[in-house]
Design a protein around this ligand. Structure first.
Ligand SMILES: [Fe+2]
Ligand SMILES: [Fe+2]
Length: 448
């Protein structure tokens, strides 16, 4: 299904370029009226880069060439936010202007303009780190390079209190990411109050295929300019076009997540705070990464203990792609039920440091296993709540898994797609699992 020769500029991207995003702009805080370019709307796909450039020139388009504009999570969302985008050409002097919503005064912060060449594409990636924001404040931001710029978009900082997050399990697709778009749009529509969203890994099926990345980013556009993304790396982020493994070059380039201080594995794993919750995004791709660079688990375990010991937040939530349990598989009687390799590595540390919730993915099935402590179910609520988060793309494994003795809630079989809302209030973290039609298949909370 992969078509590596599809031109980068899709019809929808072109229409955006030719229509709503076509603003004549002045530098800095200002913005000028929209230009009408109805003729350009009639153009058919696909557009090559030279044609796209010619259209911009012919129509007098002075909007900034900026695709896949997105907010990324930072370590402290009360005071900072990262903004990224793509362009066909270098944008020297690129910057992001930001202001309190409705204010006439703005500040600017410089953005990078880095050449990026992968899977036959050559583009420029831009990233800007906004610091010095105030907690619980609505802001506006726009991208600027020279005399070109975008319209103002909205962003909101963490209040430090209650919040809502959207959580999406594996979004990899074989249908042009139509399923992912539908799940994302249903979630965004039903939960407009969401403050940020998490992807649990395997964002794409093939981590080198730039068409898939573009389709994934297109599919998430109902959220990406408005609220920040916290991505978790999955094994598919390490796959090459010919299904070997490599270091996750595209994932690392596309997602400027918080650093972890590592020389070898910076941004492979990270942590961030939102409200009174400390989130830890672990990396469970040790088998794939070890083929190219050793030491991921040893280094990560040292970091994890330091990170868990240092946080002052009331709640600790771990996000990891691979699951902690091993499930039996239909047709493979030799495979036993138990604890997975990653469960054996990480669960004792979660017990030791009083982690409240562990969210996992990778198996494309939704399972709520309740609280586990010392590798066993704990009816008293001791140990973390373990939720295997399901599937949010069209890659499904009907009838593959045999229920684990620890399963308390299993999604109706055969599974379709799902997403999860996380609502954090002072004394409770609540997780609801939704089918895209709004049906709730699980509703579970931890309280303290
Ligand atoms: Fe997956
Ligand atoms: Fe996976």
């Amino acid at each position: 299904m992969k078509d590596k020769h599809t031109a980068k500029v899709t019809r929808r991207t072109f229409l955006k370029l030719a229509g709503g995003g076509l603003l004549a702009l002045v530098a800095g805080c200002g913005s000028a009226p929209k230009a009408a370019v109805e003729k350009a709307r009639a153009a058919a796909e696909p557009l090559s880069r030279p044609i796209k450039k010619a259209v911009r020139s012919l129509t007098g388009d002075t909007s900034l060439d900026a695709e896949h504009i997105r907010q990324m999570i930072t370590r402290d969302s009360k005071t900072s936010r990262t903004v990224m985008w793509h362009s066909d050409e270098a944008q020297e002097g690129a910057e992001v202007a930001w202001r309190v919503a409705g204010s006439d005064e703005c500040e600017t912060v410089p953005a990078t303009s880095d050449y990026y060449d992968d899977d036959g594409q050559a583009i420029y990636l831009h990233s800007a780190h906004i610091e010095g924001l105030s907690a619980g404040q609505r802001y506006e931001y726009r991208l600027i390079a020279g005399e070109e710029g975008t319209e103002w978009m909205t962003m909101e900082t963490d209040s430090g209190g209650d919040f809502t997050a959207l959580i999406f399990p594996d979004t990899q697709c074989s249908d042009g990411y139509i399923t992912w778009r539908e799940v994302a749009e249903a979630a965004a529509l039903s939960t407009p109050e969401a403050n940020f969203f998490i992807n649990m890994g395997d964002l794409v099926d093939n981590g080198e295929d730039h068409n898939q990345w573009n389709q994934w980013l297109d599919g998430a556009e109902s959220m990406l300019t408005r609220i920040p993304l916290a991505p978790i790396m999955g094994n598919h982020e390490t796959y090459t076009i010919d299904w070997q493994t490599r270091l996750p070059r595209a994932y690392l380039a596309l997602f400027d997540v918080p650093g972890n201080g590592s020389g070898e594995f910076d941004r492979y794993y990270y942590s961030f705070d939102y409200g009174d919750v400390h989130f830890i995004a672990l990396n469970t791709q040790e088998n794939e990464i070890d083929e190219h660079k050793g030491g991921l688990i040893d280094e990560q375990l040292l970091w994890l203990r330091r990170d868990l010991a240092a946080t002052k937040k009331k709640w600790k939530v771990v996000l990891m792609h691979r699951d902690v349990l091993q499930y039996r598989i239909n047709g493979r009687p030799e495979r036993r039920e138990g604890i997975s390799e990653d469960g054996a590595i990480f669960m004792p540390i979660f017990d030791e440091y009083d982690v409240d919730v562990v969210l996992t993915a990778h198996l494309h099935t939704y399972r709520d296993r309740g609280h586990l402590f010392d590798f066993k179910p704990s009816d008293g609520g001791r140990g973390p709540l373990y939720v295997l988060t399901g599937v949010a793309g069209n890659v499904r494994y009907p009838g593959l898994w045999i229920d684990h003795a620890f399963d308390r809630v299993t999604a109706p079989q055969p599974e379709t797609d799902n997403y999860i809302t996380m609502r954090a209030t002072r004394d409770e973290l609540n997780f609801k699992c939704f089918l895209p039609d709004g049906t709730v298949i699980d509703d579970v909370s931890v309280r303290k």
